[in-house]
Design a protein around this ligand. Structure first.
Ligand code: PEP
Length: 260
């Protein structure tokens, strides 16, 4: 099996102004050590990316945008492009369920954003996952299939080295239903995603792909989730705003890696 790194991503959503963001990075910097196999990624608001890019120790932290627009430039008032973010971030969250549900992002928008990120040298963290209703109606696999295949549609198999996936069942996210997913449910979904990847791009690409889990992950439950085979890290929302919890989560990831 290919040796994949572990990614712990903090999605700060629409929280923290520039000053508060800087303070949180300062606190995290005091607590988090650099680990070779672990990448710690922070996704603050768009406004904080520039100042934080000057503040962070880049050996310790990488930055991610929470979203960006798929056109590189033009008359798109209010938007920021992946091109503009090129110097600031290594990653960008794409297709987060909040974007899909609150801002009407379609499968095609997510596809175009994933391609725009890769085109601009930014690794998209593409979020996929079913809603509670889709889950209850037995639609999960179909939804995951459609989201996955469309999101990757305009990428080549070589581009896939520059893509990360995050399986985030919407019903498990703290700001939606916040129901804790059971490790075996995640196991099944991740296996399904890798099978789909193998069908589309071959076994090697499927084994190389980093797949994160997200949905109410905190310092208490992260171990169980990271121990699910095929889970390469966590996309953490609410708990990433608490530096004790976030640092503890990074530490747990480290413990698991050195034991492996
Ligand atoms: C998220 O926003 O991607 C997320 C998983 O949030 P939370 O950890 O708060 O459920």
């Amino acid at each position: 099996m290919h040796e994949r790194k572990t990614l712990i991503v903090g999605n700060w959503k629409m929280h923290l102004n520039v000053h508060q963001s800087s303070l949180l990075v300062h606190r995290l910097n005091e607590r988090i050590k650099t680990h070779r196999a672990i990448e710690v990624v922070l996704a603050p608001s768009m406004l904080s990316l520039q100042p934080l890019s000057l503040q962070i120790d880049r050996r310790k932290f990488k930055l991610a945008a929470q979203d960006a627009y798929f056109k590189d430039e033009g008359g798109y008032t209010g938007e920021v492009s992946f091109t503009m973010l090129g110097d600031l971030v290594e990653y960008a969250i794409v297709g987060h369920s909040a974007r899909r549900l609150y801002f009407g992002e379609t499968l095609e928008t997510v596809r175009d954003k994933a391609a725009a990120a890769v085109r601009n040298g930014i690794t998209p963290i593409i979020c996929i996952g079913e809603t509670k209703q889709e889950h209850d109606e037995g639609q999960s696999r179909q939804v995951i299939h459609d989201q996955l295949t469309t999101a990757l549609m305009n990428l080549t198999s070589r581009d896939l080295d520059k893509v990360v996936l995050a399986y985030e069942p919407v019903w498990a996210i703290s700001t939606f239903d916040g129901i804790l997913a059971k490790p075996h449910e995640i196991d099944q979904a991740i296996k399904y995603i890798r099978t789909q990847l193998a069908d589309l791009y071959g076994q090697r690409a499927a084994e190389k792909m980093l797949i994160l889990y997200g949905g109410s992950v905190d310092d208490q439950d992260i171990r169980a989730y990271l121990e699910v085979p095929g889970v390469d890290g966590a996309l953490v929302g609410a708990a990433s705003l608490n530096y004790h919890q976030f640092a503890a989560m990074v530490d747990t990831a480290y413990q698991i890696r050195i034991r492996a």
